[in-house]
Ligand binder design. Structure first.
Ligand code: ATP
Ligand code: MG
Length: 555
């Protein structure tokens, strides 16, 4: 991995951990965990948490667990488990032996709940979900105690056992902690610990009828695994007293929960629920649609894992919420790909160029530099002949004076190749549309220099008509037209209708026949592109534009 990991990272979490390592007895070293719920694909926000948890463990010579928080069977699926594992490994992180599932602890968690009941700190409540919600009170008014709060330990134990045995239907009863209905913290007003769910679990099948709530399962799972620092996002700050209360009540090993700000990105939605809706309603082609902010979408778009990790390093870790510019993510891709992507020539909207003075039937090979940023990338041979394609917009019949490209009587340089001068254009007699242009080349300018020191104003890209390969190219814009799509009443109303443009009839240079799906290229002057992992086939190449180039060498 070539992330600048050696650069010392510094933030309040790393500072706190460094202090704990000297002040506390942590014989096992630092142990963190990344705890996704397998109810969707990972997105770039998760990458922030992954890079923090795995990064901290690596820097402090500790370890990071991957723990699936699979406590809600109605929304979870193995497809998600597999995609999450694949994405984390692709980002370059390794959980080693420590792949865990909250469902591995269901029996232990159940026994913890029994212990709490025995202590008189939990009770079975027959109120409905709505009644419980209504009885919780508000920030300014206290909650009301449930009429079932006074049940005896014996009765609670009996009812909880029956909940487990499947004697009650979903929603009929819950287990609640008995804390304080007047607490200023709503999470402490007798929160629900267990509920009945009538859905098969992706790992335990129909063995369990009751499932722990996040607030009960999470801290106890952290404790079982010996997590030292449980890093989570700010919305759990108000849950920390409950996290602490349960662990302290049970007298268990007590990890430290620390909160940090979620990642938000402009023009982007990072809510699994909303992303799922985009997939289910067909607004995108799937979780891996290249417009999606998912790891699988970014991968298919052409983002290298290093670019994502560099981005996560750059944004840093803090408590204050903020929105990062999408441009920063794109910059990370450009920055990495500039160093690592081979340059190639491809024409998106071809215009035929006939070189009138080039010997008929002849062709030759010109040497192209694969990456000026990295000489070790070497060179390749690019076929040249008397019939080429250039971009339609690199020719104008009647150009303004500032136009530096081809026009009748004007001379330009072909990348790696000759100077050509435009003579005239062929037109469709009916529409008047230019169908081809005729040029003359200067054989003395091979390699792009003229022996008489003559200058040209522009350099354009091209491919040889007979040698190039047909391709489809997809250009993207942001998926949302608003900078803060979450602010809209309905985020679907701010979808950008122009987020995908499919360009057929493109022509790309011959060397791309050896490329593999997932390979990154810079199409000179057009941006960075990735051969599509799903749709590209030999003979029917498909490229996704990862990001445009900000600067082009032709200006
Ligand atoms: P849900 O609403 O389903 O809980 P979630 O995005 O929190 O969605 P989880 O699978 O619970 O999904 O997330 C796993 C971890 O990733 C959590 O620790 C969470 O704090 C972290 N995480 C999720 N979204 C972001 C984000 N935008 N920025 C940073 N961390 C995030
Ligand atoms: Mg969550």
């Amino acid at each position: 991995m070539t992330t600048p990991a050696e650069e010392q990272k510094f933030d309040f979490i790393r500072e706190l951990i460094a202090n704990d390592l000297t002040a506390k007895n942590l014989p096992q070293g630092v142990v963190t965990r990344f705890p996704p719920e397998p109810n969707g694909y990972l997105h770039i926000g998760h990458a922030k948490s992954i890079c923090l948890n795995f990064g901290v463990a690596q820097e402090f010579d500790g370890r990071c667990h991957l723990r699936f928080d699979d406590t809600n069977p109605s929304k979870e699926d193995d497809e998600y488990v597999e995609s999450i594992k694949k994405d984390i490994a692709w980002l370059g992180w390794d959980w080693g032996e420590h792949l865990h599932f909250a469902s591995d602890y269901f029996e232990t968690l159940y026994q913890y709940a029994v212990t709490l009941i025995g202590q008189g700190k939990a009770y079975v409540d027959d109120l409905t979900q709505e009644e419980i919600r209504a009885g919780r009170g508000t920030l300014t008014s206290p909650g009301e105690e449930s009429p079932y709060r006074g049940r005896s330990v014996a009765e609670n134990l009996d009812l909880f056992g029956k909940m487990r045995a499947g004697e009650f239907s979903e929603g009929a009863r819950v287990l609640r902690a008995k804390i304080d209905m007047t607490s200023g913290n709503l999470n402490m007003r007798d929160p629900v610990l267990y509920r009945i769910v009538d859905a098969p679990h992706h790992r335990t099948g129909t063995e369990w009828r009751i499932y722990p709530m996040y607030d009960f399962g999470h801290g106890q799972s952290d404790s079982i695994e010996g997590i030292t620092h449980s890093l989570c996002t700010m919305e759990f700050e108000d849950h920390r007293p409950l996290y602490d209360w349960v662990l302290d009540s049970l007298g268990l090993y007590h990890p430290q929960q620390i909160e940090f700000a979620r990642l938000n990105i402009s023009y982007t939605i990072l809510s699994k629920r909303k992303l799922l809706q985009l997939v289910q309603d067909g607004h995108v082609s799937g979780w891996d649609d290249p417009r999606m902010p998912t790891i699988s979408g970014l991968r298919r778009r052409g983002y290298p894992p290093e670019a994502i990790r560099n981005f996560c390093d750059k944004i840093g870790i803090a408590k204050r919420p903020n929105t990062v510019e999408l441009a920063l993510l794109e910059h990370s891709a450009r920055d990495y790909l500039n160093q690592h992507a081979s340059r190639v020539l491809g024409v998106l909207r071809p215009l035929k160029v006939i070189i009138d003075n080039y010997p008929e039937g002849q062709s030759e090979e010109l040497e192209g530099i694969n990456n000026p940023e990295s000489p070790e990338a070497g060179t390749r041979m690019v076929p040249f002949s008397g019939e080429l394609y250039i971009e339609q917009d690199d020719f104008m019949e009647d150009p303004p004076s500032k136009y530096n490209r081809l026009a009748p009587g004007r001379e330009v340089r072909l990348r790696y190749g000759y100077f050509i001068t435009c003579i005239n254009a062929d037109k469709d007699p009916v529409t008047g549309e230019v169908t081809a242009i005729h040029c003359a080349y200067d054989p003395e300018t091979r390699g792009g220099q003229s022996p008489d020191g003559r200058k040209v104003r522009g350099t354009i890209h091209w491919v040889s008509a007979a040698h190039s390969l047909p391709a489809v190219v997809r250009l993207y814009e942001t998926l949302f037209s608003e900078e803060h799509p979450d602010d809209a009443d309905d985020f679907l109303t701010v979808l950008n209708e122009d987020s995908l443009k499919v360009i057929t009839g493109c022509q790309v240079e011959a060397s791309l026949k050896d490329a593999s799906p997932g390979d990154n290229f810079q199409f000179e002057r057009l941006g960075y592109f990735c051969m599509d992992e799903v749709d590209s086939k030999p003979g029917a190449l498909v490229f996704n534009r990862t990001v445009p180039l900000r600067d082009t060498w032709s200006r």
